[in-house]
Design a protein around this ligand. Structure first.
Ligand SMILES: Cc1cc2nc3c(=O)[nH]c(=O)nc-3n(C[C@H](O)[C@H](O)[C@H](O)COP(=O)(O)O)c2cc1C
Length: 161
């Protein structure tokens, strides 16, 4: 699958079969994350790959459907750089696209994880000064949603707004 195809195919997948994901594929997905652009190339990110079922169930308060994911990647950023949110977003999008290209479903879980950040940081042993930005559940998809996007003509502007 080429990059443009993965970009168009990617959707937030929230139904998985529960199957495990080979370690090599999880490494490929995280590797895509670490190739992302970052402000001044600081790369102040860490990726925690969670595959143990007993840990994944602890994320249920953020997303009940997460229990069926094959793995959950937690993205940790060091907020010493003023670009940490942008850096994290770039890494997340790369991982979502890599998951899609490998045939897995994934989802950017941030809004529902943020209120439980301290709880999840303690669970994963994240140092207090770091931020746990998002959880990325990855799994063999049981369903691939077809959400529509605004048409190009509605959002593209040439030369001026
Ligand atoms: C910053 C951000 C935070 C998000 N947080 C959550 C979340 O907490 N839970 C969730 O299920 N989806 C979350 N999503 C996924 C969005 O709901 C999803 O991207 C949007 O509905 C568009 O659907 P699509 O990803 O299939 O194109 C988040 C997406 C972004 C970009």
């Amino acid at each position: 699958m080429d990059a443009l195809e993965a970009i168009r195919k990617r959707r937030s997948v929230r139904k998985f079969t529960g199957q495990a994901i080979p370690k090599a594929d999880l490494e490929t997905i995280v590797d895509a994350g670490r190739w992302a652009a970052s402000g001044s190339n600081r790369q102040l990110w860490d990726f925690i790959v969670v595959t143990k079922r007993e840990t994944i169930v602890e994320f249920v308060p953020a997303a009940p459907w997460i229990v069926q994911a094959g793995a959950v990647i937690a993205l940790v950023l060091d907020p010493v750089t003023r670009w940490w949110v942008e850096d994290g977003a770039a890494a997340i999008q790369n991982m979502l696209l890599a998951s899609t290209a490998l045939g897995y479903g994934s989802c950017w879980v941030e809004g529902d994880a943020l209120p439980r950040e301290e709880q999840f940081k303690a669970l994963l042993g994240v140092p207090p000064e770091k931020r746990l930005m998002a959880l990325i559940p990855v799994g063999v998809p049981a369903e691939w949603p077809q959400r529509e996007k605004k048409p190009l003509e509605q959002v593209i502007h040439w030369e001026k707004f």
